[in-house]
Design a protein around this ligand. Structure first.
Ligand code: ADP
Ligand code: MG
Length: 772
């Protein structure tokens, strides 16, 4: 490899003879590395020379690696891009050639046909050629300065206008007699048709239109891409840059997915990338604009494939680990079923059977149980826990909040104590002696089931023999916590539960390394919750309704949102509301208050009082959101409901309708609703089905925002769109799993390029470092 020092003016010059000797043609061949505080530019092609002497399979993989390397070339090395432009592009996260190649047009404009000037219609986006008849600065009637150009062709004339233009510069460009091709929106003012700020491509002097068109111009005579812009760069410049990148680097690109795994109707990666930037003239404009051309779909497939391949590999890894082959002795599970005042639903039984099969297998279970709010996941988790306990193993159950952990403890402790089992609660609030005692019980194995918050995975918590880890409300925890919990035992089984009913495609994307079970049935006898949107004007009516319900012996939640992003103001709003309700509205009723700043003991006390009906009304912040179970509560009032996300509203509503009485959810809101805000509330009004709500949520917010944050594990795809390309995701998943069928660890030499590309894209994200 020839090593070259970076010279002062940021460039290096290499004599042509040397380049020729090396077999180089113009293009970008450099990688930049830092070495001892200096930047070293290395040319890559000498490696290419070596390729010729290798065995064919090795050569193929090496070549692919080299071409990938080329994609990591900094964008500043592209012809016409200086440091300034590179900085501007950097703002759009375009740092390398690859970033640029995957910057897809926002939309496309059909500039295939030239129109005659006389045929131009208002409202039309048109391309036409013409000669400049006159060009000068003018004033509009309202006194705005404007630059006007009159253009003519054989059929007529048309006026073009620019506002805020530099007249001196414009006059220099728009010379009388100059001929060009123009493009823009035609509008009508009185009798006059005008085109504002048209794009132009000048004809060379003496040249004609046909020779211009034959030269394959970037801006005319074709379907033209329209790129997303950022301040400081114009569309035409962007097109020029993108063309430079596409023309210069596309030849280096070789798709690494074996052809037999790609759907036959899709063009290979290189052609697909070429076509999205420079659509063939027969492409369908509508398909281009909604990203559904074969080229777009090919790219989406490529993205999905690598993500799914990563997940599949992860899953293979788990399959190959040794786990605990539990035996189902029915000792405690049967007893619990006997103790329960109700029968398990068919869905609960089905999911339990799936869990049992997993637990009996000699490999660790990694299963996600999805079930709508109130579908009875806790019981399923408890049954699984009992299987582990029957086998002499410990179980850890992790919940996202203290209140929820405490509630799980209550439910589970109640049943387990009847069977003589030891259940320990471990939360951050636990202090001193009590904490020490709890930790000892966990460490010496006397605690058979350990329930808690994050406290469960703290470093100092040691289990004697953890056999099963249960994570409730998975979306509150990351993959990381799953990993830590796993390490608390020797490959324990893992069961994660989510009440966020994630649409199937999304669940597959996010948790593709988990097996999925769905509890798609509610316990019998639930009466649908009646949901209504109330504006401020109906507040009195709301209060009457609350009074009526309390008179019937029922209880009420009133929820306050985070008014501002600080707990303090949040608390203030809720506590003022509680005071106001108690003093001014319901002096005869008992109003309680729950918020995040109470200590765990205080929170517990408030919840216990509410459960035992010492309060009629519980005013709360969103700390109550997940899991709380008080069957006697029948009214859920959500103040400023428009400020909540759909899944949060659904979770909150799920706090009522848990008993045998009819329940109500009142969404209080002001008149000033945003479009999305109104949509959310209407969805809530129209359905209680968590899956339909989740689908609607995904539609309103888009996949990036769904589940609230990126930490939730959502991969950022550049082309693929989970909503639009859902069916492709399934294909890609199948292809990825098929591939691993024959090459479990992806270490066949032929698959080396695939392996490298996978690591390059997702290695870190999926923690695949140990594989291969
Ligand atoms: P979630 O899935 O939201 O965590 P829970 O596990 O809290 O739901 O269950 C909601 C309520 O339904 C609890 O009061 C629980 O005792 C009850 N429940 C669970 N399974 C059944 C069943 N098969 N029949 C009747 N009630 C049930
Ligand atoms: Mg629950």
């Amino acid at each position: 490899m020839s090593t070259v020092k970076l010279s002062e003016n940021n460039s290096i010059t290499i004599p042509t003879e040397i380049l020729k000797k090396l077999g180089l043609v113009p293009g970008v061949y450099l990688s930049v590395e830092e070495l001892n505080g200096e930047l070293v530019l290395r040319s890559i092609p000498p490696v290419a020379a070596a390729v010729a002497n290798l065995a064919p399979t090795d050569a193929k993989s090496l070549k692919a690696t080299i071409s990938r390397k080329n994609l990591e070339v900094g964008i500043q090395f592209i012809k016409g891009i200086g440091p300034k432009l590179a900085a501007i592009l950097g703002k759009k996260e375009i740092h390398t050639v690859e970033d640029a190649l995957y910057l897809l047009p926002l939309r496309y404009e059909d500039r295939r046909q030239l129109s005659t000037i006389s045929s131009l219609q208002a409202g039309q986006s048109a391309v036409f050629s013409g000669t400049v008849l006159s060009a000068d600065a003018a004033k509009t009637k309202s006194g705005r300065s404007v630059f006007e150009v009159l253009l003519k062709d054989a059929t007529g004339t048309i006026v073009c206008k620019w506002f805020h233009a530099n007249a001196v510069w414009m006059k220099r460009t728009w010379k009388i007699g100059r001929v060009g091709v123009f493009s823009g929106e035609v509008s009508q003012f009185g009798y006059q048709r005008e085109v504002h700020h048209p794009d132009v491509e000048w004809l060379p002097e003496g040249g004609d239109i046909n020779s211009l068109l034959a030269s394959d111009p970037a801006n005319f005579g074709r379907i033209v891409p329209v790129y997303p812009l950022t301040e400081g760069i114009h569309q035409k410049a962007m097109r020029r840059i993108m063309r430079e990148v596409v023309d210069g680097f596309l030849p280096n690109i070789d798709g690494v997915i074996p052809a037999e795994l790609c759907p036959a109707e899709f063009p290979p990666l290189r052609e697909a990338l070429g076509q999205v930037h420079s659509p063939p003239s027969e492409a369908l404009l509508a398909d281009l604009n909604n990203g559904s051309t074969p080229a777009h779909r090919s790219l989406a497939f490529d993205e999905f494939f690598f993500w799914e391949l990563g997940l599949a590999l992860k899953k293979q890894g788990i399959l190959q680990e040794d786990g605990i082959p539990f035996q189902v002795t029915h000792r405690y599970t049967k007893e619990l079923v006997r103790l329960l005042p109700f029968e398990l639903t068919a869905a609960q039984r089905r999911v339990l059977a799936e869990i049992k099969t997993d637990m009996m297998a000699p490999h660790p279970m990694h299963r996600l149980v999805q079930g709508d709010v109130g579908s009875g996941k806790t019981l399923v988790a408890l049954m699984a826990a009992l299987i582990a306990v029957e086998n002499g193993y410990q179980v850890a159950i992790m919940a996202p909040t203290e209140i929820l952990a405490e509630q799980h403890w209550h439910t589970i402790h109640r049943w387990c104590s009847l069977m003589g089992l030891e259940v320990v609660l471990l939360t951050a609030g636990l202090k001193g002696k009590a904490k020490k005692a709890a930790l000892e019980q966990v460490a010496d194995g006397t605690a058979q089931i350990v329930i808690g918050t994050h406290a469960v995975i703290q470093e100092k918590v040691e289990f004697s023999n953890l056999g099963l880890g249960v994570i409730d409300e998975q979306h509150r925890f990351g993959v990381l916590q799953r990993g830590i919990l796993k390490k608390k035992g020797a490959n324990p089984d893992i069961l994660v539960m989510t009440a966020t009913p994630i649409p199937r495609t999304l669940a597959m994307t996010l948790f593709g390394d988990l097996d999925l079970s769905v509890i798609d049935e509610m316990p019998p006898g639930r009466i649908p919750i009646e949901t209504r949107i109330f504006f401020e004007s109906r507040r009195t009516q709301l209060y009457d309704m609350i009074r009526d319900q309390v008179r019937l012996g029922r209880q009420v939640y009133v929820i306050y949102p985070l008014v501002e992003e600080t707990e303090k103001t949040d608390l203030k709003a809720a506590s003022q509301m509680a005071e106001h309700l108690q003093a001014d509205i319901f002096p005869e009723l008992r109003v309680g208050l729950l918020h995040g700043r109470l200590s765990p003991v205080e929170k517990e006390a408030v919840m216990a009082s509410f459960t035992s009906r010492e309060f009629d009304i519980l005013v709360s912040t969103t700390v109550i959101e997940v899991g709380i179970d008080v069957p006697n509560a029948t009214v859920m009032v959500i103040e400023h409901a428009e400020r909540f996300g759909l899944s949060q509203l659904h979770q909150l509503r799920g706090r009522v309708g848990r008993g045998k009485d009819k329940s109500y959810c009142i969404l209080m809101t002001t008149g000033k609703l945003s479009e999305d805000g109104e949509k959310r509330l209407r969805v809530m009004e129209s359905t209680c089905d968590g899956f339909r709500i989740a689908e609607a949520d995904l539609e309103i917010r888009g996949p990036g925002d769904f589940l609230g944050t990126r930490q939730a594990g959502m991969p950022d795809f550049r082309v693929a769109n989970i909503l639009r390309d859902g069916s492709l995701l399934e294909k890609a998943r199948q292809a990825a799993f098929d591939l691993l069928e024959s090459d479990h660890e992806l270490n066949h030499p032929l698959h080396a390029p695939l392996h490298d590309e996978l690591m390059r894209r997702w290695g870190k994200r999926l923690e695949l470092a140990t594989i291969g």
